[in-house]
Ligand binder design. Structure first.
Ligand code: CTP
Length: 398
C-alpha cells in the first residue's frame, strides 16, 4: 500500500469514537489521513484525539484561520483518493442528497471528485425512515457508496439496523477501494467454498473439516479486481464478503443446483469447496435411537459436481479444481485434472499441520492442462488467490 490519502468526515453520533480506531488502523497501513469534524462531532470527541491519531491538522470550522474557507474546502476536496464519512448521521446524508452545503464537511463532499462512501450510524427508526432511505437511494444513484450498518443493540437501547459497521469491515472496504486493480472487470466468476453436509436424521449429519477460507479469499480477491462474483458456500463461520452474490447451501445437491444455475453465464469457475462424495442411502426423518449392537449406516455416491461441469463446459470457460491430498499429491491431482476436464488444478498436501484446512496459510502447487506446474511457497490464502487469478488470466489470454 503506498501513499494513499483518505479524508475522513466525522459527524455527530455516539459511534464517533470508532472513527478513532479506524484512523489508527489506516495509519498502520501507511495511509495518510486528514479529518473534518462537524460541530456536533466535536461534542462527542475532541479534535485533539483525531489530530493525534491522524498526525494531521483536523478541520472543524469553515471559517477557521488562517485560510479562507473557499480555498480550504476546495484544496481539501482535491486532496484525497477517497472520502469516508464515519459515522454518517441522517443529517449529513440528507444534506448531501439535497445539495445543501453549509459547513466544511458538506462543502468538501460537494466539491470533491474522489469517491465518497458513507458508513451510516443512527437509531433504527431513523435509519428505516423512508426519508432517510430515499436519500440513501438517491445518493446511490449519483454514485455515492454506502457501507451498510450492522444490526444489533444500539446506544439508545433499541435493537435493529443502525449500528455502525464493524471497523474491520470499513477498513476492508477502504483497502479494497484503494487497491482496485480492474483486470477482471467484465468477467463473471463462480466460486464454491466450504464443506457440504450429508444429513443422516433430523439431528445428525456428516461433514468435513473445510473452513471455507480459501474460497472466500478467492471471492474477495476476484471482487477487488473488478469481477462479478458469485460465491456458493457450504456452512462456514465466515461472514459473507460484501459486494458479491452469496448463495448459502448445505448439501451436495443444493450446491450442484446453485452452481448449475450460475454456470452457463460464468467465464471462470473455481471449485474450492470440499464436497461430500457420499450421502446416506436412506435418510431417517425420525431421530435414530440407540440399540444394543453396532450401528451400520450405508452411504451411496453423490454428485461429482466438478465432473458434471467438466462435461458441460464450453471452449471459452475456464474450470479450476482443487485437490486436497494426503498422499501421491501430484499423481492424484493430475488424474483429477484429466478426469474432470479442468484447465487448472490447485493441489495441496493436507497432512501438514502448519497449512491446510483451518489455517490462514497454505502451500500449494498449480498444475495446468498443458502439464506446467508451479510450486508456490507457503503463503496466505489471499496471496494464493492473487497468484491463482493471475494464472487463470494467463490461461484466458492464450
Ligand atoms: N468436487 C466436486 N464434487 C464432489 C467432489 C469433489 O465438485 N463430489 C470437486 C472439489 O470441489 C474439488 C475437486 O472436485 O475442486 C476435487 O475434490 P477432492 O475431494 O480432492 O477429490 P474427489 O474428486 O472427491 O476425489 P477423492 O475423494 O477420491 O480424493
Amino acid at each position: 500500500m503506498n501513499n494513499y490519502k483518505v479524508l475522513i468526515g466525522v459527524t455527530g453520533g455516539i459511534a464517533v469514537y470508532k472513527a478513532l480506531d479506524l484512523i489508527s488502523k489506516l495509519r498502520k497501513h501507511d495511509i495518510e489521513v486528514k479529518v473534518i469534524m462537524t460541530e456536533s462531532a466535536e461534542k462527542f470527541v475532541t479534535p485533539l484525539s483525531f489530530q493525534s491519531l491522524s498526525q494531521n491538522m483536523v478541520t472543524t470550522d469553515m471559517f477557521q484561520e488562517p485560510k479562507a474557507w473557499e480555498i480550504q474546502h476546495i484544496s481539501l476536496a482535491k486532496w484525497p483518493d477517497l472520502v469516508l464519512v464515519v459515522p454518517a448521521t441522517a443529517n449529513i446524508i440528507g444534506k448531501v442528497a439535497n445539495g445543501i452545503s453549509d459547513d466544511m464537511l458538506s462543502t468538501t463532499i460537494m466539491a470533491t471528485k474522489a469517491p465518497v462512501y458513507f458508513a451510516p450510524a443512527m437509531n433504527t427508526n431513523m435509519y428505516e425512515n423512508p426519508i432517510v432511505q430515499g436519500n440513501i437511494s438517491k445518493l446511490k444513484e449519483y454514485g455515492y457508496g454506502f457501507i451498510n450498518p450492522d444490526s444489533g443493540r444500539l446506544a439508545c437501547g433499541d435493537v435493529g439496523a443502525g449500528k455502525l459497521a464493524a471497523v474491520d469491515d470499513i477498513l476492508e472496504v477502504t483497502l479494497s477501494l484503494l487497491n482496485k486493480n480492474e483486470d477482471l472487470k467484465g468477467k463473471k466468476i463462480l466460486i464454491t467454498a466450504g464443506p457440504t453436509i450429508s444429513p443422516i436424521d433430523p439431528v445428525r449429519f456428516i461433514t468435513n473439516r473445510s473452513s471455507g477460507k480459501m474460497g472466500y479469499a478467492i471471492a474477495e480477491e476476484a471482487r477487488d479486481r473488478g469481477a462479478e462474483v458469485v460465491l456458493v458456500s457450504g456452512p462456514t463461520n465466515i461472514k459473507p464478503p460484501y459486494g458479491i452474490k452469496f448463495i448459502k447451501v448445505n448439501t451436495n445437491e443444493e450446491m450442484k443446483d446453485a452452481v448449475l444455475d450460475n454456470f452457463v453465464t460464468s467465464d471462470i469457475v473455481i471449485k474450492a469447496a470440499a464436497v461430500a462424495d457420499y450421502k446416506i442411502a436412506e435418510y431417517s426423518d425420525k431421530k435414530i435411537k440407540k440399540g444394543e449392537g453396532n450401528l451400520n449406516l450405508e452411504f451411496t455416491r453423490d454428485n461429482d459436481i466438478l465432473k458434471i461441469l467438466g462435461e458441460k463446459k464450453s471452449e471459452s470457460q475456464i474450470l479450476v479444481g482443487f485437490a486436497a491430498e494426503s498422499h501421491d499429491l501430484i499423481e492424484n491431482a493430475r488424474r483429477k485434472l484429466a478426469n474432470k476436464n479442468l484447465d487448472l488444478i490447485v493441489a495441496n498436501d493436507i497432512t501438514s499441520n502448519e497449512t491446510g484446512f483451518a489455517s490462514d496459510d497454505n502451500r500449494v502447487i498449480f498444475i495446468t492442462k498443458s502439464n506446467e506446474s508451479t510450486v508456490l511457497d507457503k503463503m496466505s490464502k489471499r496471496e494464493i488467490s492473487k497468484k491463482l487469478l493471475d494464472e487463470v488470466m494467463k490461461i484466458s489470454e492464450n
